[in-house]
Design a protein. Structure first.
Length: 196
């Protein structure tokens, strides 16, 4: 592979099936490689600090291995009543999160970073405001029993059964899924990626 052709190779630094689905639906050709970066929030780190840091770290981890490729890293976190909600660690954690979200409006922050080698070419954090209807304890328990919450920030997926909990979304819906596609495509065009 020549340097010029490799430079037009896009790598998604993520194992997320939702991000792969969104990029595929947008018509992009890419390779997905899990970054294996531990997702650990620093003490007091807000969603708007944490998600961009993780997106950059994930992009850099893969760009170090493929320095000529364009690498897209992303991270999604939920913030509700001042608390940052990541992926639940167990059923009790999922129950805590869903109980907190029920009947409230929360913010979903998805940050992405585009890297080549040791340089970040573009980065952005996009916010969507999501309102949940009131949920009963039985609904929450049934949802948890189905297994959907466990690999999702905030313990729900807008594209799955969790979508029925939502009464309103202000901002991009795909951002809540894990990638604001229009913003990503615009950023890729700005950095010279010619296939979008």
């Amino acid at each position: 592979m020549t340097s010029s052709s490799q430079s037009q190779k896009l790598i998604l630094a993520s194992g997320s099936p939702r991000r792969r689905q969104l990029l595929t639906a947008a018509g992009l050709s890419f390779e997905a490689i899990e970054s294996a970066i531990p997702e650990r929030r620093k003490g007091g780190e807000s969603a708007l600090d944490y998600a961009p840091r993780m997106a950059r770290d994930k992009a850099f981890a893969i760009a170090a291995r493929f320095p000529e490729a364009i690498v897209l890293g992303a991270d999604t976190v939920v913030e509700c009543v001042g608390q940052v909600l990541e992926k639940p660690v167990d059923e009790n954690d999922a129950r805590r999160m869903l109980t907190m979200l029920a009947g409230r409006t929360h913010t979903v922050v998805t940050a992405f970073a585009i890297a080549r080698g040791v340089q970040i070419l573009a980065a952005e954090a996009v916010e969507s405001r999501v309102t949940f209807r009131t949920l009963s304890a039985a609904e929450i328990d049934e949802y948890i029993a189905g297994g959907e919450p466990f690999d999702k920030a905030g313990a729900y997926g807008i594209q799955g059964v969790g979508g029925s909990f939502i009464s309103a979304v202000d901002g991009p819906r795909d951002n809540v899924m894990g990638l604001p596609v229009d913003n990503v495509l615009a950023a890729l065009r700005r950095v010279g990626f010619e296939r979008c």
